[in-house]
Design a protein around this ligand. Structure first.
Ligand code: CDP
Length: 223
């Protein structure tokens, strides 16, 4: 495909802080439109798991970047394969979540994952969720959404999600982790978490998933 063709494929970006509901909402919007879906956080989480497995300190940029560059990452639906190994469960632990925001602050890691993310852009369209989808990865997106919710609601959602997946979880510790992670994501020098210029903002604290999905689809129909 030519660069022009790629640039005309419609993209919807959904960025926002941890556990704001981006993943569920983005996957449903993609399903309703028949679009592809990119969970960019899963790639940073996989990089985190790789660094934990290899015992690489997230501060050790050269080793970390070399490892991430050599990773063979594949997403197949909900499954994530890293060098052929299914890491779908391993990337969802809280430890991987905390480590992911540390490795995500390293510029070389972000650069190493850029082409992989852009490769998800295929006809008939893409819904991409993360922190910098609208600001850095797909600045040409037709619709940019910034999805938030209060910290307590987000911690409660994450708690429920972890318990449902069979992990143990403590609400106070989750709230603390989440606030620390958001702070790190917002204050980093490269691709910080921020609403893209022109992004539509939506606070999901008191909305259901269906309401958020419908709102995004209405915005997209007008975009
Ligand atoms: O599941 P949760 O919303 O907590 O996080 P995630 O979307 O799986 O992303 C995990 C971490 O990866 C985030 O805390 C960010 O530090 C990082 N990330 C990023 O920097 N840029 C992205 N586009 C997506 C995730």
């Amino acid at each position: 495909m030519t660069v022009m063709t790629v640039m005309t494929i419609p993209v919807i970006t959904i960025d926002g802080p941890s556990a704001s509901g981006k993943g569920t909402v983005a996957a449903r919007v993609a399903e309703r439109l028949g679009f592809h879906y990119l969970d960019s956080g899963a790639l940073y989480r996989a990089a985190a798991v790789a660094s934990i497995h290899a015992g690489i300190d997230p501060q050790d940029e050269p080793r970390l970047v070399e490892r991430v560059r050599s990773l063979q990452l594949r997403c197949a639906g909900e499954r994530v394969l890293m060098d052929g190994e299914d890491v779908s469960a391993a990337i969802r632990t809280e430890e991987a979540g905390v480590r992911s925001s540390q490795v995500a602050a390293v510029p070389g890691v972000r650069a190493a994952l850029l082409d992989l993310q852009r490769g998800f852009l295929q006809a008939p369209g893409l819904v991409a969720d993360g922190r910098d989808m609208g600001t850095v990865v797909f600045p040409q997106a037709r619709l940019k959404v910034f999805l938030t919710a209060s910290a307590l609601i987000r911690a409660q959602r994450r708690h429920k999600q972890l318990i449902e997946k069979g992990f143990s979880a403590n609400l106070d510790a989750l709230l603390r982790d989440l606030q620390e992670r958001d702070e790190r994501d917002r204050s980093r020098a490269v691709a910080p978490l921020a609403a893209a210029p022109g992004a539509r903002e939506i606070d999901s604290s008191t909305l259901t998933i269906v309401q958020v999905v419908d709102q995004i689809l209405r915005w997209y129909a007008q975009a």
